[in-house]
Design a protein around this ligand. Structure first.
Ligand SMILES: C[S@@+](CC[C@H](N)C(=O)[O-])C[C@H]1O[C@@H](n2cnc3c(N)ncnc32)[C@H](O)[C@@H]1O
Length: 282
């Protein structure tokens, strides 16, 4: 399949068999299901890797990946994730988080499990900071499988357009405005940045390097990339990480219909952990 007329990216043969191989490999590594419509995306994203390694075909790249693997596995995963996100995306979740923080104990624990470039965990951190009782200290862990987006998230630097959904007074409290060569950019103030612990975590891994129980888990707009059995397993394992009464937030096109024994609907795409132990319920 020759897709590309751009002289900088054209020229690699990409067969149906190559696409099938990519599909199997990313599914096994990250649980991500790529449907047929993703062929162009796969082509353009992996072409960059193939070129940077000085290889000349998809076949050679995939052979090398399977033979030598190593750090290239992370590059392969990073290339194939979709990281679209925004500050205060699905805004309706944040008043619920604010309420939970106001009503809860002095040290709420929150896990943001598909943190992408940081807009979601910093939205969480600002909400927590502005609602935490005096003397309280929160623990916010933000994870993602993609190490490139985590590096962007740790930097905490965003263009002005990205922070438009943040109310101006909150933006002033939590971000510094750049000037000179940094004009048009804002940076998370150290106090905000220090609230969030960013680390890599693959939701497919049998062991999750996070320490619950959490008062809230954000698992938004990542389940859509998984098939049903994977979604179910992730949601069951998240129940083990949530304290009873804790909240689970999922994305707008996701649903949680078949584990009503674990989660009770509390609002639009927001669920409360019910029951005692997931292992007993499963
Ligand atoms: C579309 S973004 C959603 C970001 C954010 N949660 C939001 O709702 O705006 C999906 C994120 O899920 C991450 N992701 C995909 N597969 C994953 C996996 N197996 N484990 C952890 N994160 C994964 C991607 O790297 C990407 O950053």
């Amino acid at each position: 399949m020759a897709h590309d007329n751009n002289p900088n990216t054209a020229g690699f043969e990409f067969t149906a068999g190559d696409f099938e191989r990519v599909r199997k490999l990313i599914y096994a590594r990250a649980g991500i299901k790529l449907n047929d419509s993703k062929q162009n995306m796969v082509y353009s994203r992996l072409t960059r890797r193939i070129r940077s390694l000085g290889l000349t075909s998809f076949g050679a790249y995939l052979d090398r990946l399977e033979r030598e693997g190593g750090a290239e596995w992370q590059e392969f995963v990073n290339a194939l994730t979709t990281n679209l996100t925004a500050f205060y995306r699905e805004q309706h979740h944040f008043p619920m988080l604010a309420e939970l923080v106001r009503q809860g104990g002095p040290s709420p624990a929150i896990w943001c499990s598909a943190a992408s470039t940081g807009e979601e965990p910093y939205s969480i951190a600002m909400t927590v900071a502005d609602n935490l009782p005096r003397g309280g200290k929160a623990r916010i862990v933000a994870t993602d499988i993609d190490t490139n987006v985590l590096a962007t998230a740790r930097r905490g630097v965003y263009p002005d357009e990205a922070v438009r959904p943040v109310p101006p007074d909150q933006l002033r409290r939590h971000f510094l405005r750049g000037n000179g060569p940094n004009g048009g950019l804002v940076r998370a103030r150290p106090a905000l940045a220090q609230m969030v612990d960013f680390r890599p975590l693959n939701l497919l891994d049998p062991n999750w390097d996070v320490k619950g129980p959490f008062d809230a888990i954000f698992c938004r707009n990542v389940l859509i990339y998984f098939d049903k059995p994977t979604q179910k397993r992730v949601l069951e394992r998240m129940a083990e990480q949530l304290r009873p009464g804790g909240l689970l937030f999922i994305g707008h096109s996701e649903n949680l219909t078949d584990r009503r024994d674990l989660y009770k609907l509390r609002g639009k795409t927001a669920y409360e952990r019910v029951g005692a132990d997931v292992r007993a319920a499963a």
